[in-house]
Design a protein around this ligand. Sequence first.
Ligand code: GLC
Length: 424
Amino acid sequence: MKRTALRSALSLGGGIVLAAAMSSGLAATANIVWAASPIANVGLRAKLVQMFEATYPNIHVTMVSQPTNTNTNRATLVTEISSGSSTPDVFMGDVIWPAQFGADGLALPLNKYLPSSFFSRFAPGLVAGATYKGSVYGAPFFMDAGFLYYRKDLLAKAHLPVPKTWAQLKSEAQTLQSKHMVKYGFVWEGNSYEGLTCNWMEYLTDAGGSVFNKSGSKATMDSPAAVKALTFMKSLITSGVSPAAEVTFQEPQAMSTFQAGNSAFLRNWDYAYAASQSKGSKVIGKVGVAPLPTFNAANYPGYSNIGGWNLYINPHSKNIKADLTFISWMTGVKAQTTMATFASEIPSNYAVQKNAKVRALNPVLRIVSTVRLIARPSQTPQYPKISAAIYHNINAALAGSMSVSQALKTANSQIQQALNPNAL
Ligand code: GLC
């Protein structure tokens, strides 16, 4: 069947076609390529593929591993898909991509192929986050949030509580360091890339600031709140609480420092709990998870940035039925339970998220309802430029090559430019 014909058959038949195809074990034999970045280094991707293939023996999945850096990952996919390549068929893509991928025709509008009942399996808000101009471009795969991971053993030994304010975190870290109980106090993501924008959103929002105003007409990052946020982040490095190499850290470096037992605190996503308890870790049984601290104790907890990943379909894929079957299974109860229990992910499937047995096995999921969430301003195709303006300049200030005020002024004017791309 020609793709246009298949497309209209699927969209006319909606879920009926997919449901029939799926209950028949999907008659068509297909080989699909799934591009996916590492999830928690616990063998999860291969496990999911294996389970899927056992359920759908006619569909063979080749998993292609993507870079852990979301920006590099996006760049390789944009190049591939915009060249018209029919692979990968399905890709794991960041929750901040729907606007760009939707506007540029790099992802299939899933709501044209799947019945609206399909989308009711997801936790509230996730489908809206994957929607751009009325079309749903991604099937939510898992939700990420920023958390504070701490060394239970060190805090107990030094009789220190889990910190609720940033100042408290810093002083507890210094206490532990001065007693030579641990090398570093706190590791996070400070490199010049998307992860720094996520960390920045947490401090900035907690300090009362924002990136631009509600109508999206004016950049607002040159503010006293932003000065407060950036001055504190920089002080983590200048005080030695965070290593000087912090400005080169992405998730894997922060994770491996913490896993090696070299930091009292870690800011990272859901997966970090599972990773900290995986083979080879030096902190097995010693890790606790809490919401992020705040500047002002009365406001506890602080803000956690919303991250996460969706499953998108390449519009040039020649296996759309199989692709739909794959994303439907990956967002179903079995796959989502596996993800939540093996990799401490927050499942996108609402029933799994609420399941008491799953929660009992996932300490991150147990506290997610207590965190205060803040999204990145990614509902515009200009978002990559806005984020780059944030992370380049914030990183320059952290590295000391720009002053705090210079970095914020520069970021602000670059954000303003991105908001008004046609202005002179
Ligand atoms: C995590 C988040 C993603 C974010 C990225 C930044 O993978 O899920 O949304 O963009 O980290 O490094």
